[in-house]
Design a protein around this ligand. Structure first.
Ligand code: BG6
Length: 508
């Protein structure tokens, strides 16, 4: 029996993502293996009926029903717990362990494994989570307990390291699950299959053949009532530092021998250790930050970010961030990795684009425009597209663009369902390892410093537009496919650096 404690049971994360993900998991084919009890905990006084109803509603929102969900709803219980109050959390952990492993459960030597595991999910603001963990003594954490934390893990590399030290004082690193739900998305996991189960890509997956890699996550959503969190984070911390760097790691890492937690996370850590800002001396040339102003989004008037309730305009929070990174390895030296994410944009665009170098010699006599081969991995819609030049339909000697596209199945589980499966199975493969969490901050620290000191101006863009005016760092690859006149590649890092957009000469 595993007891899953959800701290922050009354919060948005629990009701919108976590509980629906859990219900989704229970009705999947994995559900049968799970012997699970759910405990909701929060600092407010609620009766049991309130909590039961919350669990039932969340399951309904996921379209999950059946005996496993009925059992969850019937057996779950609510325990009022203030994690900031002395001893409250320790008591809850001891109770959870004791119901399955007997009265010794509160002691660190108690044989929790085999009896009943405790999984403690902190669906709480990061500062509250960190304070609660700091307040715990190791002997108050039953053996085998898994601690599950949401991003952000700290606010820079030093605070992430400090938090890691707090956590690993309580439980071993393998029992710390730092959730990045992108790692549970089936399309993201598909990067592994695509790259390592096909002979086609791996020989070409290096600076010798790849011109640049773009990872874009443009959203057409605004704040969705999350000012309290977002205004202190911004696009760089909310998306780039976490999700997009994880995507970069999966795209850039060397092939692992297995997809076990050890091998996969070693490979990701290796590549993130080698990742840095493209030009640390000149952040203005390789980063961009912007904030939305009033505009029209989805047919509706939208006010400026600065006027949103709960926003402090003087913070200059970025709602769009672009950075260009370098990966200093033999495989990737000189290849720009361009990452961008923004909110309230007119067009949703969620994809990674690998742009290959031009052919070394195009046979004389082929007409039309030669454009680089591109591989697009879509994260919503979930698809893969390979863009190729082929001989034209009308004139067989004139090149035309053609796309091979396949839609991917959304997977049986939602991202949160997938992440929870790993946590409940005691498998940290999809969790962010402590060292990696620190490196993700380290990579972006020069950006944070440059932005804070005003060395990179805060630009603006109207809500519903394509982003700030002027040339963005990713302008030469648009979402529609390969733009004509895409940059002609030239060897070496300088020529392939950010922002170059030389004209592509038509071939004749
Ligand atoms: C979250 C961010 O982690 O991911 C949000 O905090 C963002 O700001 C979201 O909108 C995007 O993920 P998804 O799965 O909703 O596309």
């Amino acid at each position: 029996m595993t007891t899953l404690i959800v701290l922050g049971a009354g919060g948005d994360l629990a009701s919108r993502l976590l509980l629906p993900g859990l219900a989704d998991l229970l009705v999947s084919h994995h559900g049968e293996e799970l012997d699970l009890r759910l405990v909701g905990a929060d600092r407010d006084e609620h009766d049991q009926g309130w909590w039961t109803e919350r669990v039932r509603t969340a399951a309904e929102s996921a379209g999950a029903s059946g005996p496993s969900v009925d059992r969850l709803v019937a057996t779950t219980r609510y325990a009022r717990t203030d994690v900031a109050a002395d001893g409250d959390l320790a008591r809850l952990l001891a109770d959870a362990a004791a119901s399955d492993v007997g009265p010794d459960a509160g002691s660190r030597s108690a044989p929790a494994r085999g009896g009943g595991d405790v999984v403690c999910y902190f669906a709480l603001p990061p500062s509250v989570t960190a304070a609660a963990c700091r307040a715990l003594d190791p002997e108050q954490v039953p053996a085998g307990t898994r601690l599950v934390l949401e991003k952000p893990f700290g606010h820079d590399s030093a605070s992430a390291a400090e938090l890691n030290a707090v956590l690993t004082r309580l439980v071993p690193e393998e029992n710390v699950h730092r959730v990045d739900h992108f790692l549970g998305k089936s399309t993201v996991l598909n990067i592994l299959g695509l790259r390592f189960a096909n002979r086609l890509f791996e020989p070409l997956w290096s600076a010798a053949h790849v011109e640049r890699v773009d990872v874009v996550f443009d959203e057409d959503l605004g704040l969705a009532g999350r000012a309290g969190y977002y205004d202190g984070a911004g696009a760089l911390a909310d998306m780039v530092q976490s999700h997009l760097l994880q995507l970069l790691a999966l795209i850039a890492m060397d092939p692992p021998a297995t997809i076990s937690a050890r091998d996969l996370r070693d490979r990701k850590a290796e590549v993130l250790r080698a990742t840095r800002l493209w030009d640390e001396d000149d952040p203005a040339s390789c980063t961009r930050r912007a904030r939305w102003t009033a505009g029209r989004l989805g047919g509706q008037d939208v006010g400026a970010y600065a006027d949103e309730p709960g926003v402090d305009p003087s913070r200059e929070t970025d709602t769009l961030a672009e950075v260009v990174l370098a990966v200093d390895t033999w495989r990737w030296a000189g290849v720009p990795f361009r990452l961008r994410s923004g909110k309230a944009l007119g067009r949703r665009r969620k994809e990674a684009v690998v742009t290959f170098r031009h052919v070394p010699h195009l046979p004389t006599g082929l007409l039309g425009t030669s454009s680089p081969t591109r591989l697009r991995i879509g994260f919503g819609p979930d698809d893969i597209t390979l863009e190729l030049d082929v001989n034209g339909q009308d004139d067989a000697f004139s090149l035309e663009r053609s796309s091979l596209r396949t839609e991917l199945s959304p997977g049986e589980l939602t991202a949160y369902g997938q992440v929870l499966l790993g946590v409940l199975h005691d498998d940290p493969t999809l969790s962010v390892r402590g060292d990696t969490a620190e490196h993700c901050w380290r990579v972006l620290e020069p950006v944070v410093q440059a932005w804070r000191s005003g060395r990179v101006p805060l630009e603006t863009y109207p809500a519903g537009s394509g982003g700030p005016p002027g040339r963005g760092l990713l302008e030469d690859v648009d979402a529609q496919g390969c733009a004509d006149g895409a940059p002609a590649p030239a060897p070496g890092p300088e020529a392939s650096g950010p922002g170059r957009q030389d004209e592509d000469p038509p071939v004749s």
